[in-house]
Design a protein around this ligand. Sequence first.
Ligand SMILES: Cc1ncc(C[n+]2csc(CCOP(=O)(O)OP(=O)(O)O)c2C)c(N)n1
Ligand SMILES: [Mg+2]
Length: 302
Amino acid sequence: MTLTPTPTTTRGHDAGQPDFRDRVNTVEASAYRARHHALNMGEVQGQGYVGQALGSADMFAAVYTDQLRYRPEDPHWNGRDRFLLSTGHYAIGHYAALAEAGIIPVDELDTYGSDESRLPMSGMASYTPGMEISGGSLGHGLGVAVGMALGLRFQQSPSRVFNFLSDGELDEGSTWEAAMGAHHHQLGNLTALVDMNALQADGATKTVLGIEPAADKWASFGWHTQRVNGNDAAALLSALDTIAREAGPTGRPSVILCDTKVGKGVPLLEEREKAHFMRIEEHEWQICRDQLTEGHTKGSQA
Ligand SMILES: Cc1ncc(C[n+]2csc(CCOP(=O)(O)OP(=O)(O)O)c2C)c(N)n1
Ligand SMILES: [Mg+2]
């Protein structure tokens, strides 16, 4: 299936303020295409972190289509905002967003996870344009983001830093050291987005190591904290708008805790029990695509 990415040139929260409903539509359309990209990539390997990609597609789309400043033809442009993927295994979702952003070609997604591909199954900065860090060792992304945000401020850069984390990373002490550091240095140019999908490799997050009340924890670490339905484009944009109004070189760092549904948009996968690393049978991929398309068509008509 050929899916055309949204044309991208200059974008960002200061690139003009189109009508809010238009912005929501843009996010939803991009997330829908990204979900198809993720299914197509998953099919190449027959398995993978497809549930996470489907669950977090709205988060990626909200940031990439609406907030991030970047130049698709020049991913290393010094004036870009930085998007750091802590959770290397979410690379499949990030590649879908990078294709949507025009940073990597949509056709290249077919090489996902193959030998010699620029798109390895775990995100690696040295391989992929637009991938700022290699994030497979969980719990380190926020620390790198803090250093980057501090460095950008020293350079008097207006660029912002976004860090995508998983709820499993909230079980790691290094994340909280970084959170403390961000508040200490008053990194108003730093935004963390956490995929609160309630899932980890060993089962439900609440059974591995409880992290609730997560919002209270971030707030007590001095962060501007919001918790939203991470599959609701309007809620994501409102939260991001609130932050963008206040974002600056100094001030409180911000976090958005995003409650998402693993496998979102594909009922067959939303119901899977072993959801962290899904094995999907050959005949099921088309069923997944059909369910995704059907749900989207129904949603558009509602
Ligand atoms: C430091 C570190 N410890 C353990 C792992 C092994 N690991 C890979 S994914 C994962 C689950 C982490 O939770 P989360 O990212 O919330 O899982 P998901 O929502 O993707 O199921 C673990 C423990 C790792 N990659 N890095
Ligand atoms: Mg999780």
